[in-house]
Design a protein around this ligand. Structure first.
Ligand code: BGC
Length: 807
């Protein structure tokens, strides 16, 4: 039966049910018509299939699966083949665990180093993000499993994540925040996409017709289905109307009832409903459902792949006196708690229960080193014995030629649901570095952390190798690199600024009012530092090797650029070459340079290769707000080939014909966007760019009426004493857990969620009407609110019975 016929045979109630989840992870089945239920599971770097108590914050256990390095790590490999292999492995594990849709990869742009989920995202650059995501998706979908890239779009902070409006000018939205998704959609055809929690320019992502219909469907030709983030559907009917298909998790019968009412009242046409349902079922019913279990052999193959991924993604940042690789038999002291308890993934919905977990303390036994001992040196949770730990580490360091010092961001500083508050490593780790330096100058820092942090302490280290969050097999991968089994070949997917004050958003991140103002426009990451001339610690695209490479013979043609790459060192190794484009214009402001292509090449020592990097649809384009489409400006362009964004090895120029008539000069209108001096952008300069006024921050902290899209945390301003008391209890719990160094994700989630989410996250127990009743109580009408809530509860039960139980 074709899909249209199938849809025409469904009752309105059956159709309506298919637009919401049946529970936390599954869709409804319609047995009568042979429509099965489908299972959706996190996540980006390994499967998190929950079979017991379900939650979307990684709090309860899930089945074991391979924990690959997180996206932030894999992006350092700049290796699309590798990303595709990982995607395929995740897809295979999904099949063996009966999962139909993998909720990932995540490809939001890292706007600031403090973004809580940066570790789950690929890069500060849309081109690199898009290419890596496309490869992942190709891999996942090659197995028949559906990939669901997320979070579409402009979702770059965790604070108030469900109640924040990303105010971003159209050009930056398209060039920075959407280009990665565009590449992924056009190159890998994901069969699903997850919308973000936030609003974009005033409209929730899940009901944003501009994003979902105009861009995703019409411009990019997306043919999959759209799913809300968990609890992220605001107005379900409007969502369906504007291009969303599935709200997750379950809202019981209430979601279906909203659709039924809307169709019956004529608010939503049944024709649109049928269209959406056909789009959804076309994808789901085509999904292959051949169940295979993962053989134990495949389990070790995936572990090996996790190791390969960690090895190809680690970045060597410093190697003074060529202290690395370590010589056979070197006498080393192993110091740092993370050598024993690895920091290998981040917290939240992406948390994987690994099939195995390597630790350096164990893994090092297989390497030809003389290990004089291990000492944790610091505690990851505040411990009173800190001084003793340090003392023991110092004693151990004295006995060795070289100290392998494992440091990094701790788990509590990187998690979904909260943004980082610190840019530095914990002080106990920094104190340990200074103390060890006094007794042994040969310190080698092996770092973990899913985002950039203050590395000024590396003046005390001879070498620095960062593994980011390197997954379950990270320990042996890094030891392979340290001992020279292979050369490091990763390069940074993001910039490491010198100080937090140097970042474009230093005083503005995260936004804790209703709107996050993206006043920096295009100037994210290296686009900012380089244009504004701000020196950085380690630039985007940077990474050392044990070998050396020579770049020569650049040739430019209309379709691309070629050059010769030679390995002139003493080590077989891989090199990542990057192509940047820049042009000077008085019509359109431009970042100093932008990444437009890259390639990773393996060369044996002494070997040379001619490398060709073709231009593509993204190489010269910019978004023109007057013609409302991407255009090419008639101009002379500089094509640069670099080993990083700052180390340009070759360059050539090329003239391009334009696609748009000569525009007006805009330098006077946007002086600071032309100079890149983002910190000097005035409100009016940004508002001119945005084309409207920004949402003003509510300075008035007085008691006020709260609405369904105000956050629970805003109960501090509530009119009711009870509500304020509830706020204080929540706030106390939040602060207490933060103080303990283990933030309570559940509490944080509740704190930042809007009242509306009570309806969206309680599986139908509480519906929208009941939330209205709760709000009456919060707003000071206690008895009226109680009566209203109770009445709504009775009604909800009746509807539930009618929709879920009656035939
Ligand atoms: C996260 C998503 C995740 C979903 C399901 C949400 O809180 O933002 O990335 O896929 O939960 O766990």
């Amino acid at each position: 039966m074709d899909i249209e016929t199938l849809v025409s045979k469904l009752s309105l109630k059956e159709k309506a049910l298919l637009f919401s989840g049946k529970n936390n992870w599954e869709t409804y089945e319609i047995t009568r018509m042979n429509i099965p239920s489908f299972f959706l599971s996190d996540g980006p770097h390994g499967l998190r299939k929950q079979e017991g108590k379900a939650d979307h914050l990684g709090l309860n256990a899930s089945r074991k699966s391979t924990c690959f390095p997180t996206a932030a790590t894999i992006a350092n490999s700049w290796d699309e083949t590798l990303a595709q292999k990982i995607g395929k492995a995740i897809g295979e594990e999904a099949i063996s665990q009966d999962v139909d849709v993998v909720l990932g990869p995540g490809l939001n742009i890292k706007r600031d180093p403090r973004g809580g989920r940066n570790f789950e995202y690929f890069s500060e650059d849309p081109y690199l993000s898009g290419k890596m995501a496309a490869s992942y998706i190709k891999g996942i979908q090659a197995t028949g499993t559906i990939a669901c890239p997320k979070h579409f779009a402009a979702n770059s902070q965790e604070t108030r994540r469900m109640a924040s409006d990303s105010e971003v000018d159209l050009r930056s939205l398209l060039e920075i925040y959407l280009t990665g998704f565009e590449i992924a959609v056009k190159e890998s055809h994901p069969k699903a996409i997850m919308t973000a929690y936030n609003k974009i320019n005033g409209v929730y992502a899940n009901e944003n017709a501009f994003l979902l219909r105009e861009i995703l469907k019409q411009k990019w030709g997306f043919e999959g289905f759209v799913v809300s983030d968990w609890g992220g559907s605001n107005d379900h009917v409007l969502g369906v109307q504007n291009g969303s298909h599935l709200e997750m998790p379950s809202t019981g019968a209430a979601g279906a009832n909203e659709i039924i009412q809307a169709v019956q009242s004529g608010e939503l046409s049944e024709q649109i409903l049928d269209e959406r349902l056909s789009e959804l079922l076309t994808v789901l019913l085509k999904k292959k459902t051949s169940k295979e279990t993962l053989s134990s052999n495949q389990e070790s193959e995936h572990h090996q792949l996790a190791k390969e991924a960690a090895l190809k993604s680690a970045v060597l940042l410093k190697n003074e006196e060529a202290i690395l690789p370590l010589q056979r038999g070197t006498k080393v002291a192993l110091i740092g708690e993370f050598a024993q308890q690895p920091r290998y993934q981040g917290a939240g919905s992406s948390l994987v229960n690994p099939t195995r977990l390597e630790s350096t303390v164990e893994a090092i036994k297989d390497y030809p080193l003389e290990v004089v001992g291990f000492e944790p040196g610091y505690a990851t949770k505040t411990a009173s014995a800190e001084a003793t730990l340090q003392k023991k580490a110092i004693e151990l360091a004295k006995q060795a030629d070289i100290v392998l010092l494992y440091l990094g961001l701790d788990e509590s500083s990187e998690s979904e649901g909260m943004d980082r508050t610190q840019f530095s490593l914990p002080s106990n780790q920094l104190e340990l570095v200074s103390a060890l330096k006094q007794v042994n100058p040969n310190l080698i820092g092996i770092l973990s952390g899913g985002s950039s942090f203050d590395l000024s302490f590396d003046r005390d280290l001879k070498a620095v190798l960062t593994g980011y969050l390197s997954g379950q097999a990270g320990a042996s991968a890094l030891l392979d690199l340290l001992t020279g089994v292979a050369s490091p070949s990763g390069k940074l997917n993001e910039t490491y600024p010198i100080r937090l004050e140097d970042t474009a958003l230093s005083d503005h991140f995260p936004a804790n009012g209703k709107a996050a103002t993206y006043f920096e426009s295009l100037f994210v990451g290296y686009r900012y530092y380089q244009t504004a001339g701000v020196p950085v610690k380690y630039p985007f695209g940077f990474g050392l090797s044990y070998s050396k490479f020579n770049y020569s013979d650049v040739k430019i043609g209309d379709n691309g650029v070629s050059f010769c790459l030679t390995n002139i060192g003493n080590f077989d190794a891989e090199e990542i070459s990057q192509l940047y484009v820049s042009t000077r214009s008085t019509r359109n402001f431009r970042p100093k340079r932008e990444l437009k292509a890259f390639v990773k090449t393996f060369l044996k020592k002494g070997e040379s290769k001619i490398i060709m990097l073709p231009f593509d649809a993204y190489t010269f384009r910019y978004f023109d707000t007057e013609t409302n489409q991407f255009e090419i400006e008639a101009n002379r362009y500089q094509i640069e080939i670099g080993s990083s964004s700052e180390e340009i090895k070759l360059s050539a120029t090329i003239e391009r014909e334009g696609t748009t008539p000569e525009g007006k000069k805009q330098v006077e209108k946007y002086p600071h966007y032309f100079s890149g001096q983002i910190k000097q952008v005035s409100l009016s300069e940004f508002e001119t760019l945005l084309g409207r006024e920004v949402t003003k921050r509510e300075e008035n902290l007085a008691r006020r009426k709260l609405f369904e899209n105000d956050t629970i945390g805003e109960m501090q301003f509530a009119k009711s004493v009870l509500a304020r008391l509830a706020y204080h209890i929540l706030d106390y719990k939040k602060r207490r857990s933060e103080k303990k160094g283990k933030p309570n994700l559940n509490v944080l989630f509740i704190y930042n969620m809007p009242f509306r989410a009570i309806y969206k996250m309680t599986g139908g127990q509480i519906d929208r009407e009941m939330v209205m009743g709760i709000l009456m109580i919060v707003n000071g009408s206690f008895w009226k609110g109680i009566r209203f809530t109770l009445k709504a509860r009775r009604h909800n039960k009746k509807i539930s019975k009618k929709i879920l139980e009656e035939d």
